[in-house]
Design a protein around this ligand. Structure first.
Ligand SMILES: [Zn+2]
Length: 409
């Protein structure tokens, strides 16, 4: 059956152009034609969907989320009293909220095992298309090591979530192989400390260059790329020298790092909204002091770093670290990117064409013939008003694979 979506406008992020009076034709979940209504023949028996009053554009992509993290603060007592299955089930709600905010594709930057992606694909619950990293690999005492000074160890691997603490070149090779065996689409490394980890510092590098190269080599051998949680300047440079594809957070870029990214075609995923949420949670009494102090210490440098990257023309893909903040608020990142100098069309591209090319998932990020029919409808032109894609209440229509998954009259 052919389905036809009639909208007042269509935004094509490839060209940056909008047309009025548009139609998107869909068959078997894929786009067969899209554009100006006058130029497209709609079969008489097509199932017609009225999206009048809305401008449609491709479904949005968030390159950095954690669907199994609630996003309402950090509480170690709660961690201790939460069964792994309960944590896992929270992804059902997170997936729905992400979809409702217009994000039809995500790359999960650790936490979600492949089973979550598979369950969404099987239709067990609604959610975005996913690429998963499963576990974020860190050195002993690094960003994801949950072995505390008191001796308590919360580094509890699950059968489908290989252990994330790893030291040395050969163990790194083995761990990457285990992650790929468990279904990882991407590999994630922590090449610096971070904000939410009690035992390290964002400005310190982590993992050796040899460990990073080993991970990148093993990943590449099986067609995977590597993303690096990289905040420290040295951690960013090690990651780039080691061959990672995307730099996450990028708090302390400098001229040399920016040069390296431009030369290597690397992509920056800023997650500007993440430290904002750490501070908001802290003000609501839901964040330990160590994390709030670190977020406050990095937030200005983070903005400065990302502004420099934008000015220099570094490729920037949309990512929020949702799971630090609440799922479904992803769009706020657009406003922060824009405030640092990104044009509205580049903000939209960061979450469509650029994000699709970055994560390497075919058929998403645009509405050309053969693409997945993932689209959203907003009441106006987001190039004139980015809040139309920034606030979930402005996302009036969400379509995934040709099926309407959210519709607000
Ligand atoms: Zn993250």
């Amino acid at each position: 059956m052919i389905r036809a979506f009639f909208a007042d406008g269509l935004l094509n992020p490839v060209t940056g152009e909008t047309v009025g009076e548009a139609v998107v034709l869909v068959e078997n979940g894929r786009v067969t034609a899209s554009g100006r209504r006058a130029l497209i023949a709609v079969p008489a028996d097509a199932d017609r969907v009225d999206a009048s009053g809305l401008m449609v554009l491709p479904g949005l992509i968030d390159c950095h989320v954690h669907l199994t993290s609630l996003g309402d603060g950090l509480d170690f007592t709660r961690t201790l009293t939460t069964p792994p299955t309960f944590e896992l089930m929270s992804a059902v709600q997170s997936a729905r909220r992400t979809l409702d905010a217009g994000f039809t594709t995500v790359r999960d930057a650790a936490g979600s095992p492949a089973g979550i992606r598979m369950a969404i694909e099987a239709g067990y619950f609604p959610g975005p298309r996913m690429y998963v990293t499963i576990s974020a690999l860190s050195q002993t005492g690094g960003h994801t090591d949950l072995h505390f000074m008191c001796g308590a160890d919360l580094d509890i691997p699950l059968p489908d979530r290989p252990h994330w603490v790893v030291d040395g070149v050969e163990p790194m090779r083995l761990r990457v192989r285990e992650l790929i065996r468990a279904g990882a689409d991407w590999i994630k490394l922590c090449t610096s400390g971070g904000v939410l980890s009690p035992g390290d510092q964002p400005h310190h590098a982590a993992l050796t260059l040899d460990e990073i190269k080993a991970a990148v080599g093993e990943a590449a051998a099986q067609g995977r790329k590597v993303m690096a949680h990289a905040q420290a300047n040295a951690g960013i440079k090690n990651a780039l020298r080691g061959g990672v594809a995307t730099i996450e957070h990028g708090i302390w870029l400098d001229g040399d790092a920016i040069e390296m990214m431009l030369d290597g075609g690397n992509v920056l995923v800023p997650t500007l909204v993440a430290p904002q949420w750490v501070i908001r949670h802290s003000e609501a009494g839901k964040m330990p002091a160590f994390a709030a102090d670190k977020a406050r210490a990095v937030i200005v440098d983070h903005s400065t770093s990302i502004r420099q990257a934008i000015e220099a023309g570094v490729k920037i893909a949309f990512g929020t670290d949702s799971g630090v903040g609440p799922h479904g608020t992803n769009g706020e990142e657009f406003l922060l990117m824009h405030a640092l100098g990104m044009e509205p069309i580049d903000c939209i591209r960061s979450a469509t064409t650029v994000a699709a090319a970055t994560i390497g998932m075919p058929g998403v990020g645009q509405l050309k013939e053969g693409s997945w029919a993932d689209l959203i409808g907003v009441p106006g032109d987001p190039l004139a008003d980015l809040t139309l894609v920034a606030r979930p209440e402005n996302i009036h229509l969400v379509v995934k694979g040709g099926e309407v998954v959210k519709s607000r009259a």
